[in-house]
Ligand binder design. Sequence first.
Ligand code: 13P
Length: 250
Amino acid sequence: MTIKHILGNWKMHGQKKQAIELTQAIVAFKIPENVKTAVFPPFTSLHIVASELIASKIALGAQDCSNEIGGAFTGDISTLMLAEAGCKYVIVGHSERRAQHNESSELVKHKAEAAISAGLIPVICVGENIGERESGTYLQAITKQTKDSLPSLAHSSKFIIAYEPVWAIGSGKTPSLAEITEVHKTIASLLSYDTSVAKHDAVKTAIVYGGSVKPENAREILASEGVDGVLVGGASLKAEEFCKIIESAA
Ligand code: 13P
């Protein structure tokens, strides 16, 4: 059975009413056996969504975390707080945080390590910008970003890598299937190089694709070589669309 991860990043959407309605609609959907799915609401809706997810197969994730354990870090949220709120996953290094909050790969690596320490599974995002894609330097850019963002002791830790080309996010544009496979293979080769036991099932690293995933293109993306799932933005805010994407992974 091939496991596929279907992850819904709500970004800065999902106040109480929307969060409850959306979660209830997804919970009512029968998740296929081979699908691992999770939703990533904003921090303020984590508790309410967690209570809706009780007894469901759907996991909870947060969209960011601090690299610090605790202390004088006004406005930040620690990974222990996220674990206590019921999270299983946390996204780190999303391109919106790298661009809008100036997050470096070094910081992303420390966030991933903090997540692993708290028993969370970090979803580490990497991806080239349009300039890197057009100039043909995207594989070098992604290789550097991935290597610099990987937690130390990566070989013995569980994490997910999300390949999200910046130019594909929210744009309706996606790379070709061959281009997605090319990048996923490149990332996988870094993992087996850096992590001798990455192929072992218990620590096998899933590599998911994100950027304008919709019900219309999900099936072919999910069926592409090297694609272990998808990280969905806009379409994860509509229960019908998100459930269709889940269905297409069956
Ligand atoms: P869209 O699916 O809206 O393009 O967003 C992708 C994304 O950034 C998920 O993290």
